[in-house]
Design a protein around this ligand. Structure first.
Ligand SMILES: [Zn+2]
Length: 219
């Protein structure tokens, strides 16, 4: 504890001078009453700028290679098309770095949307519906549950993500029933597993389900 010989008072904390007379004090300072937060080493704005800069480099180099190789190869074009998505993904990751389940969920939704878009561009609507989307939804659900338990979150806090996953999984039945998804095994399996997960939550954790509903409905 510090001490002001002039005012004859003891001073708590870590002060440079006496709070009464502003004179010099003696003694050793205490630990500060409030914890001092460490400064983030890399400011978020700088990270965004680095991502943007790398994106520009990839675009420019890809274009130069494409021109130099006489427009013969598709790989540079592919890089140029993918780079914006990677940039977007990095920005989302930086923005949501505080909530890992949210981050992973949004990334998975983005991956599924991009795959469906590319697949649709091919004109067949095949592999994304057959494999990518059901597999992504399943792994997303498993990862969400593992992280939820691992980080020690309450079920209420990540129930909404599980709910969205279940809804998305059930939506897969539409292309199956319409005959658009011609290899529907994975999709149907994922719907079944997700319904089992949903049933588990409804039967064994009804209170948390109710809490989650009231939490998100009141917002
Ligand atoms: Zn003093």
């Amino acid at each position: 504890m510090q001490y002001c010989p002039k005012c004859k008072i003891h001073i708590r904390g870590d002060k440079r001078c006496c709070p009464l007379c502003e004179g010099s004090i003696e003694g050793n300072p205490d630990n500060p009453a409030f914890p001092t937060l460490k400064k983030r080493r890399y400011p978020i704005r700088l990270m965004f700028k680095i991502c943007l800069f790398l994106f520009v480099i990839v675009e420019v180099v890809s274009m130069m290679i494409h021109i130099m190789t006489g427009f013969r190869f598709h790989l540079p074009v592919l890089f140029m098309m993918w780079a914006p998505f990677v940039l977007l993904d990095l920005c989302v990751a930086l923005y949501y770095r505080g909530n890992i389940i949210k981050l992973i969920s949004y990334q998975a939704y983005a991956v599924m949307a991009v795959c469906a878009f590319i697949d649709y561009g091919d004109g067949k609507m095949g592999w994304s519906l057959n494999w990518i989307i059901p597999a992504t939804l399943l792994s997303l659900t498993i990862v969400t549950i593992i992280i939820g338990y691992g980080v020690g979150l309450r079920l209420v806090d990540y129930m909404i993500y599980l709910l969205v996953d279940v809804i998305l999984a059930v939506l897969q039945l539409i292309p199956v029933l319409l005959g658009i998804n011609r290899v529907p095994y994975m999709a149907i399996a994922s719907v079944g597993i997700m319904l089992v997960v949903a049933a588990f939550v409804v039967i064994f954790r009804p209170r948390e389900l109710g809490n989650a509903f009231s939490k998100y409905m009141n917002m």
